[in-house]
Design a protein around this ligand. Structure first.
Ligand code: OAD
Length: 245
């Protein structure tokens, strides 16, 4: 594998781990052509800051603008295909005695790849729900934000916006898995956005081996036991191949 050396101790740790947890961020979908959350936006959306569109206040102020931004992103995601990093995690689910996949991504690509149990901390852009009643309604409108047939309020993407609570139970389930695991993989996340960014530290505090897979440094880097400075779509399949058999 050009450029990234994988330590034999890490290969052994993966081979012998009973409980494995992976936490993914938008970097795992970068090689599928989905821009990461903090990447510069392109085209018409280049002048907007995602952190200012992904908020309940922005939706209240200008539902159409926020809805159109999500339509653009839903279209991008809808055309994307899982990459070898997503596939590697499908394989890990079948191979590890106990495996938990936690994602901050809203693109649904883990499920498309075939991962069965996925804890979605930030929801899923492919679903829509009523802003008032919370019920999931599969409707995407015609460019304008559609209204709920039952209460008349706006429908919104079923994702977590800045300042909102995570889906009930998701963080608890993720924390529990992190506290009980032997090996924790942090993949393609900037480790900046809490509470998700706090999950690897729970694993560390409970003695797990923590591995970061990311081409760039993050706040987790100095605490990780192993750092694989490369692209997830290259590094993860290589790590799995080395530890199989
Ligand atoms: P970010 O955009 O903050 O970070 C993406 C990370 O992926 C960066 O650290 C990149 O270095 C890394 N990266 C880029 N290409 C990669 C590749 N090919 N392989 C591996 N890593 C790569 O995205 P997140 O950490 O996912 O929340 O952001 C976390 C949350 O911030 C998002 O879920 C979103 C946002 O607020 C909400 O919308 C609630």
């Amino acid at each position: 594998m050009p450029g990234v050396e994988i330590a034999s101790q890490l290969v052994e740790a993966l081979r012998t781990a009973g409980r494995v947890v992976a936490l993914t961020g938008s970097g795992i979908s970068a090689e599928s052509g989905v821009p990461t959350f903090r990447d510069a936006q392109t085209g018409l959306w280049a002048r907007y800051d995602p952190q200012e569109l992904a908020t309940p206040e922005a939706f209240a102020r200008n539902p159409r603008l926020v809805w159109e931004w999500y339509e653009w992103r839903r279209d991008l995601v809808g055309r994307a295909q899982p990459n070898p990093a997503h596939q590697a995690l499908v394989e890990l689910e079948t191979r590890a005695p106990d495996f938990t996949l936690i994602t901050q991504n809203v693109d649904g690509l883990h499920q498309t790849a075939g991962s069965r149990a996925v804890i979605e901390l930030h929801g899923n852009i492919r679903r829509t729900r009523c802003s008032q009643e919370g019920v999931i309604i599969e409707e995407y409108g015609d460019g304008r934000p559609p209204r709920c047939h039952r209460c008349g309020d706006f429908l919104r993407p079923d994702v977590v916006w800045f300042g909102e609570m995570l889906p009930p139970g998701a963080l608890e389930e993720a924390s529990e898995a992190a506290r009980g695991c032997d090996l924790f993989l942090s993949i393609g996340t900037s480790s900046l956005v809490y509470p998700a960014a706090g999950i690897p530290y729970e694993a560390l505090e409970n003695g797990a081996t923590v591995v970061e897979i990311n081409p760039s440094e993050t706040p987790l880097t100095p605490r990780a036991n192993f750092v694989l400075r490369g692209r997830a779509g290259e590094v993860l399949p290589e790590l799995l191949a080395m530890s199989s058999g």
